[in-house]
Design a protein around this ligand. Sequence first.
Ligand code: SAM
Length: 238
Amino acid sequence: MRIDVVSIFPSYFDGLALSLLGRARAAGLLDLHVHDLRDWTSDRHRTVDDTPYGGGAGMVMKPEPWGLALDELAGTTPAAAGRPTIVFPSPAGEVFTQATARELSAREHLIFGCGRYEGIDERVFEDAAGLGEVRLISLGDYVLNGGEVATMAMIEAIGRLVPGVVGNPDSLVEESHEDGLLEYPSYTKPALWRDRAVPDVLLSGNHGAIAGWRREQQLERTRLRRPDLLPTDDADEG
Ligand code: SAM
């Protein structure tokens, strides 16, 4: 998978050289390129923002550098991959979920456009639709200062679903949100720590009982912490 990121703070993404994603990049599973939006400006001050039409607080990102950046990066999509998916993180977008991550992990080429200030001139989104599939995606119902942290979170969630990135694929299947429930609690050695014992069933060696206990825990946790995730019948129970 190829991923291009456009930002006025490219060094935010230095962390993607670490850990699992860093190894995936070294192994050629993720081909990540981070670009400075200012490289597509032509004035002496490398200006990327201007005052909003209609007045109001803050500045808006100018369309010209974005247009040039996206034209160029969309041109790098391998011919066999069709059109790129262009993601603009936005608090006004669809909410990012595990299902979104799974859907986007199947794409050949993702381009992320990180907004700053009051956001990007609206015409950029319209224009980008001529280059690829445009998605405005929110990390949640709160406002960040810029799209960088949201993009990092999305790349991590998407990247770990790309085949080969996480060594043991079973560990992906059992995680929170994969089956619509939160994950069961996990324990490791020692069996007794600060007078707190690991639940007996996990030491029993009875795989059926362990699977049953884990399922109950998943349902109970989800009911307590995230009842909105349960089908209505389950949420109403008990
Ligand atoms: N004025 C915008 C609004 O009210 O919708 C908020 C702009 S925010 C200060 C600047 C940038 O941060 C946005 O363009 C977007 O890229 C990013 N951003 C902020 N909150 C976000 C969220 N919840 N999810 C994804 N991106 C977010």
